[in-house]
Design a protein around this ligand. Sequence first.
Ligand code: 26Q
Length: 823
Amino acid sequence: MPDAKPAASCVALKPLSNSGEVFTQDFERYKFYHLGRLHGSPPVYTYQALAWTLRDRLMSDWMNTYMVRDQPGKRRGYYLSLEFLIGRALANHVLNLGLDEVTREALHGYGQTLEAVVEEEADAGLGNGGLGRLAACFMDSCATLNLPVMGYGIHYEYGMFHQHIENGYQIEDPDHWLRDGNPWEVERPEYTCRVPFGGHVEHFHDKEGIPRARWADTNDVLAIPFDMPISGYRNQVVNTLRLWKSAATDEFNLDEFNAGSYTEAVQEKNHAEHISMVLYPNDASESGKELRLRQQYFLASASLQDALRQWISAGNSDLSKFAEHNVFQMNDTHPTIAVAELMRLLLDEARMQWDEAWAITSNCMAYTNHTLLPEALERWPVALFERLLPRPLEIIYEINAHFLREVGVKWPGDIDRRRRMSIIEEGEVRQVRMAWLAIVGSFSVNGVAALHSRLLQAGLFHDFVELWPGKFNNKTNGVTPRRWVAHANPGMSALISRQIGEDWVADLSQLEKLKPLSDPKHTEFHAEWRAVKRANKARLAELVEAECGVVFNPDALFDVQVKRIHEYKRQLLNVLHVIHLYNRINRGRLDGWADRCVLIGGKAAPGYVMAKRIIKLINSVAEVVNSDPDVDGRLKVAFLPNYRVSSMEIIAPATDLSEQISTAGKEASGTGNMKFMMNGAITIGTYDGANIEILEAVGEENFFLFGLHAEEVEALRPQYQPLSYVEKDHELREVIDLLASGHFNLCEAGIFDMILNTLLSPHDPWMVLADFRSYVDAQERVSQAWQDEAGWTRMSILNTASSGFFSTDRTMQEYNADIWKLK
Ligand code: 26Q
């Protein structure tokens, strides 16, 4: 395939005019002359015309950024991820380009607001949760910091499913986010790659007598790239997120075709197109699914081929220098087949020798781990690998043989250690341990918060730390302040900018300057801070009423837990507290009461029965509480359906209390916790993940800490007796009794037995009841603190002011300083 000429020789593209007049003209040309829509047409066409108008304005910066990057000898980074949870793009580009006024002006003539038009864009939900959203925040910060980083992912036809609630139960609907087209993406068929699958391996000696392998009779799939622009904040940088779509080759199976089996021959085409059809909606490893392994290899192979092509097309001839100029950051183990794939490309295609290929591979791969749960560590059956990826499997065996030799030299005769560290797990079903492959093949391995990295190094990865202590490091997560403050919270942003100027948007540490204003003597600032929060709460209340039919009072405490539904995240603990509050109302124990609106949202993996039942419980409790006249507005409970990026943009700015209540040692980091903090919410949380760093940044007096610490959890586990807490604590007993009485499931007997049984089981891995008392006490401190308006406002301001560390700008600077070393 002919390559586009190295862009270095091109002339810089001239930017289009951003004058109001030209912008409006262009917008009208798209709306009327391109889309053929008149006044009064559905608003989605206004969105499309506006998106095209903006994309044109990104194009010159995009091309120019590309040209600057595409020079020989420049070092580049690639972020490999099966997920990019981007959300909407329009308002983000408007903010980054500084085109707010111009955009509003263009819309004004048509009686439409930017706020309304923005709602027409579908969320690009190409991710499950934290890990996928982190990748999107990283891309944003890399562009803002002018770091030459390209994202590689999959162009899923269907993103994260839509969730709706029927009779309290989660129902999943497909998310066809591309239905109305995607105005941002640019298809680049000229960079199509071929990805091999199946077949078998033939061994031979080449002309120099060197043993070589040929992967033969493969069923190839085409990978077609779709590029999404990633704009930096007001810096003329536009990076690229390249998403691969699978397609069949035009080579029909001729035998079948000639035998008259036209449909069978075409079926293969179908098979190929399935690879990029749908995102797997699990946020924990669900091993053994063939299509998922296909997706992983598809992404790894296409991206590496593309990076090698870029390297050569930029004018570099000597592959031996590849690792000096290229680095791949692997987002969890999902793309780590890349280690074997780069070896294959260097050995079989570039005809390198093993040692040289290994030196390159192991010097340009880096791996980020996002979980401590051993059951979530990816393992693939060797038999599946053998059938799908016979050549990469051979290479993995070879990598393992070299590696185990090294282990043998360091610990001669230590058979048990060899068994533990082997990339191949022996047993009834032999399996490839993807995390071990990632560690062995990478020069850097990091966790995502201080505690998480420490626990990884002391536990799961300990053998490897002993072998290569220098490889392991921590990179505490962050979130982008552009989306999560500047865009999501315009009221607070304007207030902050009036006090300290606008520079905080690209340098969040400047929020520190707000600290003096937290003193209640700044009555005016305090009042404005509260007014902004009040308005944001009114906006969320509208959403909750529209979506759930529940009326929230903006003057009550907004107590929010939004995240994937998972037992370790302990939405159940939250529900137990709600039931406890309900009991207090019914028994008239209203001393020190604070009115609360409890909002819970999140998706359950479709196959995760317990998570789905927890959703049902939340809805059932909400129904009972909200319809009980004795509650009389003191307590409201709602489950917000279809929680996604765009809902968090409304939720975070409106939250008073951020629920981060995982069993200590189980949440690797959390990132929702950071979005809430930036927006002035106060955290009620366990000593887990990045909560710890949040607490250290803001101070213990501005954080509601409760619960066992990670070491205490593990020490208690062998003798955990949940019934003993029920016996000792009459308020807990009241809660359990009410739940067991069937009060919340009068028409559906027994549906919550599975929940009661795990809560009361000594084997409950999440030890919910162990933290009940401590949680309820912390919630009581919350209620007291809420009633001191000035004190609460002070805490709120201090949370925002202390959140600078949690910008992904800082995270990306650390990745770059310690791992990537890009200019
Ligand atoms: C694996 C195999 C097959 C199918 C699905 C998966 C899969 C998909 C997604 C496994 C895990 C995930 C996502 C994990 C995740 O989101 N982890 C979160 O990462 C955040 C960013 O680092 C952390 O803040 C959270 O603590 C962590 O739970």
